[in-house]
Design a protein. Structure first.
Length: 313
């Protein structure tokens, strides 16, 4: 594929996002098997649901864990989202718990019958939202990548393959990223999926180092639908990371207040649109003439500064 057309689909997605689109979240805490894991998985799902429900913007959160985390219940919740969501909305599925991989098929461990990677993909395919994110923090989650990935969908896995089978630390650090301002690397008061991935990856590595233990998990992602093995960092050459960087998980500080203020919401939407345009330009740089790139980037940065000044009044 030529460089000039490599990002066409994503560029159109990002530039055409309407104001006030709804973000649908489904958070699933799977079977723990032991009291410690049951408590841990349930607490993470409760925490993430609370964080998301208290965040500003149009969000709808569906969460299930413990004895209620059955195949039938997860299917029911996904059906509700599929019936409610529109193409212009965003959708994120978070999986916490244990997973298995037999060398061919990944399965999410649930109370009763499990859900395979292919079945999870089928449920997500029924959701009409064009921009989707699946964050699989379970053990062996790398084994789900091939089944879940598709263009327009970002997939995060806490392990690089299905053979990393230990319970993961990545899950708790992903949730922690949503409430830690240090995760906001670009200081725009919004935490993106890419920033959460970077934060959780760094914290996970620090955890194993501090415990003087050999790391048994290595998180990966794919948001182009093309990488069979996933990647660990974004790349302007391949387009990896563009969707994750534009997918806002939560807003903090003044951004959260502005998004919740009807008088400032239109300006705030414009600010986020300009930030997406700037991110997209950076990924397109290699395919653009230098003068054209500088002209468009300068214009977007100046307009962003003007909008920010209005928001600060």
């Amino acid at each position: 594929m030529k460089a000039t057309s490599r990002f066409v689909v994503l560029v159109l997605m990002l530039s055409a996002l309407p104001a006030h689109a709804t973000v649908y979240y489904v958070a699933v805490g799977g079977l723990g098997g032991e009291p410690d894991y049951e408590q841990r998985f349930g607490a993470l799902i409760k925490d993430v649901a609370k964080i998301l429900e208290e965040s500003s913007g149009n969000v709808k959160v569906y969460a299930v864990s413990g004895a209620e985390a059955t195949r039938a219940r997860v299917t029911e919740l996904m059906g509700q989202v599929a019936a409610q969501a529109k193409p212009e909305d965003d959708f994120l599925l978070l999986l916490v718990g244990h997973g298995t991989f037999d060398g061919v098929e990944y399965k999410l461990n649930l109370v009763g019958p499990d859900l395979s990677g292919a079945e999870l993909a089928s449920l997500c395919n029924r959701v009409p939202a064009r921009r989707q994110m699946i964050v699989n923090t379970t053990s062996a989650s790398g084994g789900s990548l091939a089944a879940l990935q598709k263009p327009g969908r970002g997939v995060v896995a806490s392990t690089k393959s299905g053979t990393e089978k230990n319970a993961t630390a990545f899950a708790r650090y992903w949730v922690e990223a949503l409430r830690d301002a240090n995760a906001d690397v670009d200081k725009n008061e919004s935490i993106s999926a890419l920033e959460a991935f970077q934060y959780a990856t760094r914290k996970t590595a620090d955890f194993y180092e501090s415990q003087k233990r050999l790391a048994t998990e290595h998180a990966i992602f794919d948001d182009t639908g093309k990488s069979t093995e996933g990647v660990r960092a974004g790349s302007t050459e391949t387009g990896q990371g563009l969707l994750l960087s534009s997918f806002t998980l939560v807003r903090i500080g003044a951004a959260q207040r502005a998004a919740a203020d009807p008088a400032k919401r239109a300006l705030f939407d414009k600010k986020e649109e300009l930030e997406r345009q700037i991110d997209t330009l950076k990924y397109q740089k290699a395919a653009m003439a230098d003068d054209d790139y500088r002209r468009q980037l300068t214009a977007a940065l100046l307009e962003l500064a003007r909008v920010q000044q209005e928001l600060d009044k």
